[in-house]
Write a protein that binds this ligand. Structure first.
Ligand code: PEP
Length: 254
């Protein structure tokens, strides 16, 4: 089947960089990234710097993503940020269900699902993260965990809504550890996810939804991962904090 999926590389800065460093990194990326690139690129700064970064990426082909949001539209939710606030300052994407939010901040499939629904309703493209821990992989339950996270995080969505999302497979044992999944290990889970998209929705959804890999992606290992048939991009943490390494991944993807 001829793929129509445009490779998508997103840089998740997490809780790193100062305002000045965020501005400098964004300027370096916009200066180097060509508008006619075959690769879609987005950066995900800390929420307090989204506005400053939005002012630099506006009018360029670099997209803007938040790292999280709350599912309610407005009201007494101290410390939270809504989908409308994110689109208001220029975000097109939002990362949801990142393993750090699931494992450190207590998010569940059900809270992720509420956020995914609100993001789609609010015209944001959710980058929905899922992935197994090392114990789960060693116990042979990767497939079951992925299926539960997939079903739980996407519950109640129509095929048309699922067609709008991006999925990021991020094995927890590979995030920030330098221990990247082999291309075969990653491809196996991506192919399973593609089959789930087909069985739960339809073949059009399965062939159009992009599935990023995330977990210690670097310029040196990106090409081997991205040439796998079901790997459509990367969600990059550490290597997105410096222009040179992030641009190296984008070049490998192109
Ligand atoms: C991530 O935070 O989503 C991630 C994949 O991090 P790293 O690239 O640093 O492993």
């Amino acid at each position: 089947m001829l793929s129509v999926r445009k490779t998508f590389i997103a840089g998740n800065w997490k809780m790193n960089l100062s305002r000045a460093e965020s501005v400098k990194l964004t300027q370096a990326l916009t200066a180097a990234f060509s508008a006619d690139s075959a690769v879609e690129v987005a950066i995900c700064p800390p929420s307090v710097y989204l506005d400053a970064v939005a002012a630099i990426v506006r009018g360029t082909s670099i997209g803007l993503s938040a790292q999280n949001m709350y599912h309610e539209a407005s009201g007494a939710f101290t410390g939270e940020i809504s989908a409308a606030m994110l689109t208001d300052i220029g975000c097109q994407y939002v990362i949801l269900g990142h393993s750090e939010r699931r494992h450190i901040l207590g998010e569940t499939n059900s809270t992720v699902n509420q956020k995914v629904q609100a993001a789609i309703k609010g015209n944001l493209t959710p980058i929905v993260c899922l992935g197994e821990t090392l114990e789960e992989r060693e116990a042979g339950s990767t497939g079951t965990v992925i299926e539960q996270q997939f079903d739980g995080s996407l519950a109640g969505l129509t095929s048309e809504q699922v067609a709008q999302i991006v999925i990021a497979y991020e094995p927890v044992w590979a995030i920030g550890t330098g221990k990247v999944a082999t291309p075969d290990q990653a491809e196996e889970v991506h192919a399973d996810l593609r089959r789930l998209l087909e069985s739960r929705y339809n073949s059009s959804v399965a062939s159009n939804v992009r599935i990023q890999y995330g977990g210690s992606v670097k310029a040196e290992n990106a090409a081997a991962l991205l040439t796998q048939p079901n790997i459509d991009g990367a969600l990059v943490g550490g290597a997105s904090l410096q222009a040179e390494s992030f641009l190296g991944i984008i070049s490998a993807a192109a």
